[in-house]
Design a protein around this ligand. Sequence first.
Ligand code: BTN
Length: 255
Amino acid sequence: MAVGGRVIGRAVHALEDVDSTQTELARLAAGGAPEGTVVVARHQRSGRGRRGRAWWDAPDDSLLVSVLLRPPVPTAQAPQLSLVGALAVTDALRGEGGVEARIRWPNDVLLGSRKICGVLPEAVSTGDGMVQHVILGIGLNVNQESFPPELSGRATSLRLATGRRHEPARLLESLLDALDRRYWAWRAGSFVALRHECRERSSTLGRPVTLPDGAIGTAVDMDADGALLVRTDDGALRRVVSGEPERGAEHAAGH
Ligand code: BTN
């Protein structure tokens, strides 16, 4: 499918049922698929999230998307694409559902305290530390009316927020439009081009976080490269460049 002028989504492979859209797109990437190629599925048998977690979906109720990106940047910058993707998701939710979602650094989108979307950037490097490609996975809960017991209480959907069904295909178009716009802004101006809106839409800033080494502090800002800046309780300013800080009690974990 070609969409005039837009790079992201110029080829869309729409599948019924797949192991993971990430895996399927990795196969296409290895075969030389161009930047902007998208795989979308109605159901995944082995959807995956960060840290090796499974990504649950109810067939037909979720948007399950992977996007192939080939930015000419050092691999160390690839995690920034989580924020690029999350920002685009908040744009699409605002446009389609009129809902104001927040970004839980670095890769979740929340409505209130509940997770509606997770973003997964999987990068492959060249030998010299540059990105060969990134497969940006986005799992968005669209029409679920309920969740399995292990997720209920911390997951939500667009339908639960608006009280009506949403057309996944329309939402996909909005998302690809938004991602195209945000991605090229990032390519032209690095994370700095998106920092203001990421700050404004952040659910993490101003909240307590626990760092991987156990230090406790407050998330105070996002650095020019998207790193989270945390003022620890001993007064130090620490940078968290990727991964997930543990959240304070009010930051329930996502699925
Ligand atoms: C997370 O929050 O842990 C990230 C979840 C990413 C899920 C999406 S669904 C589409 C794509 N295919 C996958 O197997 N995972 C990503």
